[in-house]
Design a protein around this ligand. Structure first.
Ligand SMILES: Nc1ncnc2c1ncn2[C@@H]1O[C@H](COP(=O)(O)OP(=O)(O)OP(=O)(O)O)[C@@H](O)[C@H]1O
Ligand SMILES: [Mg+2]
Length: 336
């Protein structure tokens, strides 16, 4: 809460299933700010954060908008009768030029004998400018599109770099200036005659999450980057009362409530074994949803048992470093 008030960048560190991503989603809902999430991975590039040039896709929309402008032109009082108003955007150059000439004549006051008001001329000029803009967009092959970070900075939303430590340090270093108190970013990538500098909206807030280094396939974040975040440790939920209430809230009807205690008891027993595989809230919720669906047809005892195989026992020796035989022994112990 304090970090949010001061708009300090926050880094949530914790084991999988601890609710890091969820808390960001809840914050966005509670504060009614849009959440822009970027899931980082080994091949994440700066353009994934900042944006880049993409092929123009919605050409048909541009054509439609152009046709609308032509319809408005037909209603315009300021245009003479003998001008060809083709709705084909390919012909736009000629038409824009002729309108430009007409406007020029009005400015020099050389058109006499027509009942044209200054408002009519303003409207015509606006239509012409829109036509120029649409034609330029239509002719371009690539346009710049802001990435999620830049979008969030401009609009004053929340930006979440999920699993940030998986992205390459050289990519992440590009974020340094955003994480400092000035909260600025120079968009050199966009090109153009002036270097665009984006200054974050006052409501803009950055959150990042990561699993602790040392987890399977995970790496540490560079000290330079870690320094710029306020780091918050997200502990796994181990308190039995809390686990029980989460499990209850996942049940679809109270008919299944007798299944919760055996699950929680097994949970405590299994996590106490320190096997290298811990049961997470995500596992608990999958188990409970399985029971929701299968309780009716299997009965509570079998629903619990098959649920245990689903979330834990079938894949017990995967990713834990347990040998096949130890895995088999452990499975039998759990089954018993
Ligand atoms: N305290 C909680 N109460 C209720 N549900 C929770 C709680 N914590 C986590 N969950 C649920 O557990 C699941 C996993 O949470 P989440 O995806 O946020 O974890 P995470 O920390 O982002 O994990 P990872 O590191 O794997 O990305 C979600 O379905 C979430 O709703
Ligand atoms: Mg997550």
């Amino acid at each position: 809460e304090r970090s949010y008030k001061l708009r300090e960048p926050v880094l949530l560190v914790g084991d999988t299933g601890g609710g890091k991503t969820t808390i960001c989603q809840l914050l966005s809902k509670y504060k009614e700010l849009r959440l822009h999430i970027l899931n980082c991975h080994q091949y994440t590039e700066t353009s994934d954060f900042l944006g880049g040039f993409f092929p123009v896709r919605d050409r048909s929309k541009l054509v439609m908008e152009y046709e609308n402008q032509i319809k408005q032109l037909k209603l315009s009082e300021a245009l003479g009768q003998n001008i060809d108003l083709s709705a084909d955007i390919g012909q736009a150059e000629v038409l824009i030029k002729s309108i430009g000439e007409i406007l020029e004549k009005y400015k020099n006051d050389s058109v006499i004998g027509m009942a044209v008001t200054p408002q009519n001329i303003d409207v015509l000029e606006k239509i012409r400018n829109t036509m120029v803009m649409l034609y330029q967009k239509w002719r371009a092959i690539f346009v710049w599109q802001d990435g999620p970070l830049v979008e969030a900075m401009r609009a004053g939303n929340i930006f979440l770099a999920d699993e940030i430590s998986l992205a390459d340090d050289s990519v992440l270093e590009r974020l340094n200036s955003v994480l400092e108190p000035g909260r600025k970013l120079s968009l050199a990538e966009k090109g153009g005659p002036v270097l665009e500098e984006v200054v974050a909206h006052e409501k803009f807030f950055v959150i990042a999450t990561m699993n602790p280094g040392g987890d399977y396939g995970k790496k540490e974040l560079s000290p330079a980057l870690r320094n710029r975040f306020t780091e918050i440790w997200v502990p796994p939920i181990t308190e039995t009362g809390e686990l029980r209430s989460i499990a209850f809230s996942g049940l679809s009807t109270s008919k299944e409530s007798n299944t919760i205690d055996p699950i929680i008891n097994f949970w405590e027993w299994f996590n106490g074994l320190q096997t290298g595989r811990t049961l997470t809230v995500r596992d608990l919720l999958s188990w409970v949803s399985f029971i929701n669906v299968m309780n009716e047809s299997l009965g509570p005892a079998y629903a619990i048992l098959h649920g245990a195989f689903l979330v834990l026992l079938d894949g017990l020796s995967l990713g834990t470093g347990l040998s096949g035989r130890d895995g088999k022994d452990l499975r039998e112990k759990c089954f018993a």
